[in-house]
Design a protein around this ligand. Structure first.
Ligand code: 9D3
Length: 252
């Protein structure tokens, strides 16, 4: 997957390009990151990347010409690497975008390339957005200071769906949310922590009993912590029965 990233702070992306699963995917060439810094496309002595909003008010906007030039450079660079017809869409990370959910991540992760536009300051001239942006995505209803952390979260989440990015022990589709439920609790050594043991079934070696216990915990914890997730999820009869058992045990 080829990613063009338009950002004033390319160094921030070392958080994903140098560490963990995404770091390995970048080192192995599964993910290719190319940065386009508007500061490199300035023409004035001070390399200015911000500008005042028409109409006044606090704060600055991103300066338009260097931003446009960096988007154009990203489009050109990605089109040269493109094998088939699919052209890279421009994705704008913004609090006004659609909220990213796991189903959107799975769809986005299938693409060969995209350009991510990371905003800073109070934002970007609306005409540039209308002309250049194909899709707008948000992390959720809270304020962060720019698009970079959102782009990194998106890249990390998409990397998990690139064939060969995960080890055998880790499956993107088995993950929390992939099945629509929260995960059951996990335990490791030591077997006793401050007088608290490990649920006996996990020590039993009875794989079918363990599967049912984990499924019951998943359903119960989802019911307790994220009941909204259960409202639209079609449950099989086994799941209905296990959740009913959990609720009865929870009452006592
Ligand atoms: C508080 C400032 N806001 C009113 C003037 C506007 C505003 C401008 C720039 C709010 C946030 C930002 C920077 N945020 C992002 O670029 C961003 C973001 C976010 O803030 N929340 C959730 N997802 C995202 S994706 C990009």
């Amino acid at each position: 997957m080829q990613l063009g990233i338009v950002t004033l702070f390319p160094e921030m992306f070392s958080a994903i390009s140098e560490y963990g699963i995404s770091g390995r995917a970048v080192r192995s060439g599964l993910i290719n990151l190319e940065y386009f810094n508007p500061r490199d496309y300035t023409t004035d002595k001070h390399r200015t990347v911000d500008d005042k909003p028409f109409g006044g008010g606090p704060g600055m906007l991103m300066k338009t010409e260097p931003l446009l030039a960096s988007i154009q450079a990203a489009k050109q660079a990605l089109s040269q690497k493109q094998t088939a017809g699919e052209t890279a869409k421009v994705i704008y990370l913004s609090p006004q975008g659609q909220t990213l959910k796991q189903d959107a991540i799975i769809e986005l992760a299938q693409r060969d390339s995209m350009i991510m536009l990371c905003g800073r300051y109070q934002g970007i001239d609306n005409r540039l957005l209308e002309r250049e942006v194909d899709e707008e995505w948000s992390l959720g209803d809270f304020v962060i200071s720019g698009g970079e952390l959102a782009a990194m979260a998106l890249i990390d989440a998409m990397t998990r769906f690139q064939a060969g990015a995960l080890g055998d022990e880790d499956s993107a589709l088995e993950d929390t949310f992939a099945k629509g439920l929260l995960h059951s609790p996990e335990y490791t050594r030591p077997q006793n922590i401050g007088g608290r043991g490990v649920p006996e079934v996990l020590l039993s070696g009875d794989h079918e009993a363990i599967r049912r216990w984990r499924l019951k915990q998943s359903l119960g914890i989802t019911w307790l912590k994220r009941p909204d997730l259960l409202l639209t999820l079609p449950l099989e009869q086994e799941q209905i029965d296990l959740l009913e058992q959990f609720k009865q045990e929870h009452e006592r």
